[in-house]
Design a protein around this ligand. Structure first.
Ligand code: AOF
Ligand code: ZN
Length: 372
């Protein structure tokens, strides 16, 4: 893609959908960790190979991605009548904190809507197409591109590339899907292990196992989750700030699970003056129920072993991020903490190959959300 007199020019025709959806996803990802209880969403407006406006949802109560993109185009003085809009999520069709996006799209004179995945929120799910078609706007869900293509030509060169992007859009809203359908946040547990499958407990050899480089890599996860959760033993042993190694997320909530409630009063978490809220709960389940009520979509549990085990025992884990370190230690076996059976728990969908230096990160996510 080249910049040409201030326009982003897309290779004509078939590249449009993949280019615009990719861009919309990158925008949406900027909102991750800040939009609760709303989903992160991105949108791109395009006409004749030119991107005329783009935007994303920054915070609940503010512009949705579509209205942000429309406002961006207006600010740039671009005429978007007859344009197409690519959105990572089905546009909302019922007013909430803000007006319905289907109305804004129609008022702006946009004539095609392409969205990656249906909105799991029952208020909006599956309504957009009907509403938009009533306004004379064509609407296609890219998730069902084969179906859509039968009726209309979607500007896509590679089906494989489009499926990959749609899958990314599905992953992006997995936490929102869990929250809006169950009221609970999506839980990712991060554990470090050695090549011999030994788990690294924070009270043990944590500092041995995760290099500064790997910490920066997984520290990045703290920029896109809503809350970070640790057990009391981690606070006592490491006195962590739980804020990012690198870019900070001021919206991140810090959570400690402590059965006794006895935590050092001078722990960094309570005294560092950061804007980040710190909450203490007696057990993991109570914590998750309350975090869900506070609108948290995604909670990252970073240790230690006891907390990971209690989450696993109560069937509260949606995804495991296993950091494999290129060392052999000899400690407690990782299986003790995971305690899941790949088949019965429906854990699949491995996202592999995130390499950070000599470390490899694997994430195994549930196929279906947990229903309590
Ligand atoms: C979109 N674009 O950028 C977002 C959407 O309370 P509200 O008005 O902010 O509406 C929240 C609901 O709207 C949310 O639950 C989800 O269904 C949808 N979010 N929709 O078209 C966006 N954030
Ligand atoms: Zn909307």
């Amino acid at each position: 893609m080249k910049k040409h007199f201030g326009w982003t020019l897309i290779a004509p025709g078939k590249m449009e959908a993949t280019h615009c959806l990719n861009r919309a996803l990158r925008l949406a990802e900027k909102g991750e960790g800040h939009t609760r209880p709303n989903p992160p969403v991105g949108a791109v407006i395009v006409k004749a190979g030119k991107i005329l406006g783009e935007g994303y949802h920054k915070k609940a109560g503010t512009n949705h991605a579509e209205t942000a993109a429309i406002a961006d185009a207006k600010k740039k003085g671009n005429d978007i009548r007859g344009a197409s809009i690519y959105v990572t999520l089905e546009p909302c069709s019922k007013p909430g904190r803000v007006g319905a996006c289907t109305d804004a799209i129609s008022a702006a004179g946009i004539s095609h809507v392409y969205y990656a995945v249906s909105d799991p929120n029952p208020t909006n799910r599956g309504r957009a197409k009907r509403v938009l078609v009533q306004h004379g706007i064509t609407c296609d869900c890219l998730d069902r591109w084969g179906q859509a293509q039968r009726g209309r030509d979607i500007p896509v060169a590679s089906q494989q590339e489009l499926s990959r992007l749609v899958h990314r859009a599905q992953r992006l809203i997995a936490p929102f899907r869990k929250h809006v359908t169950t009221g609970l946040p999506y839980v990712t547990v991060k554990l470090a292990m050695s090549l011999d499958g030994r788990i690294c407990d924070t009270t043990g050899n944590a500092k041995w196992i995760s290099s500064a480089e790997s910490r920066r890599g997984t520290g990045f996860m703290r920029t896109y989750v809503d809350a970070i959760m640790v057990g009391a033993e981690t606070v006592r042993a490491d006195n962590p700030s739980l804020l990012s190694h690198g870019k900070r997320n001021d919206d991140l909530i810090r959570v400690v699970v402590s059965r006794s409630g006895k935590l050092p009063k001078n722990a960094q978490l309570f005294t560092d003056g950061a804007p980040n809220l710190t909450l203490v709960y007696r057990d993991a389940k109570t914590a998750l129920v309350d975090l869900g009520k506070r609108g948290c979509l995604h909670v990252l549990c970073e240790g230690g072993l006891a907390l990971a085990r209690s989450l696993a025992d109560e069937n509260l884990v949606d995804a495991w991020t296993l950091v494999t370190a290129p060392i052999v230690i000899g400690n407690r076996p990782i299986g003790e903490a995971l305690r899941f059976k790949l088949e019965s728990d429906g854990i699949s969908d491995p996202k592999s190959g995130d390499r950070i230096g000599e470390y490899v990160h694997f994430t195994l996510a549930r196929k279906t959300p947990i229903v309590l």
